[in-house]
Design a protein around this ligand. Structure first.
Ligand code: FAD
Length: 211
């Protein structure tokens, strides 16, 4: 089995920007990096707009940039300079192509056009990396049972992003505290149902797959 030092799941904005940063850092020159992406990434499916007050690694592919902003209504028209910032816009297809081309020329990168089957894949990745890397499952974790499955499959931890944002938007600090309490309760209840006294008892034998 081929082994990798780093596996990047998803070759979208974050995956490709991370790859670009790794490509320009000589520390990673001798590291084997795998990118797994399910789509062909040739479409101009979105644009990326960003503020910038200095040169950006993406300047070569900036499609349009703005130095002024304008506010208009039927009675007034105000225009002002954004300096020292500019607002820059790139097209996603040009972004995918630009970084994809750099990746294809890097001998330590492998780009695999396939789908990661989330929880199942934690198991495969955990087998591939052994104890050399700690796996933190990020993305799509919404319930206590998701955390338990990920840890039983070999992840060290899970991270939550949207769970915090949604609960913050819905209920402020109290909403976030409630979401955390719900997560805690779900983990505790399901561990009780599984007969596990400690997180250390979670292992593959606790996962039963639907036929
Ligand atoms: C129409 C549109 C316009 C936007 N305009 C802007 C803008 O102007 N400015 C701005 O800052 N942001 C904009 N955004 C938001 C921006 O696109 C996202 O914030 C950014 O793409 C998020 O980056 P990401 O890497 O998290 O996700 P993505 O860029 O979506 O990358 C995730 C990648 O993972 C892959 N993937 C997912 N699941 C799997 C799997 N199971 N196996 C393998 N691969 C998988 C996907 O195919 C995808 O390529 C826009 C979004 C849209 C849809």
């Amino acid at each position: 089995m081929e082994r990798f030092d780093y596996i990047i799941c998803g070759g979208g904005a974050s995956g490709l920007l991370l790859s670009n940063a790794l490509l320009s850092d000589k520390h990673f020159n001798d590291k084997k990096i795998l990118i797994i992406e399910k789509d062909s990434k040739t479409d101009n499916d979105k644009t990326f707009g960003f503020w910038n007050d200095k040169e950006s690694v993406l300047d070569n592919i900036v499609f349009k940039e703005w130095e002024y902003a304008e506010f208009r209504d039927s009675n007034s028209h105000n225009s002002f300079l954004l300096s020292p910032y500019k607002y820059k816009m790139i097209k996603s297809n040009e972004f995918y192509l630009y970084i994809g081309d750099k990746i294809s020329k890097a001998s330590n990168f492998t780009y695999l056009n396939t789908t990661v089957n989330e929880i199942d894949q934690v198991k495969a990745i955990s087998d591939a990396v052994g104890d050399k890397l700690e796996i933190i499952l990020d993305g799509g974790v919404r319930r206590g049972t998701h955390v338990l499955k990920a840890i039983a499959a070999g992840a060290k931890a899970c991270s939550f992003g949207r769970m915090f944002l949604f609960s913050l938007a819905a209920g402020g600090q109290a909403g976030v505290e409630r979401a955390l309490q719900n997560m805690h309760n779900e983990i505790q209840r399901n561990m009780l149902l599984m007969g596990c006294k400690s997180i250390k008892e979670l292992n593959r034998s606790k996962i039963i797959y639907r036929k």
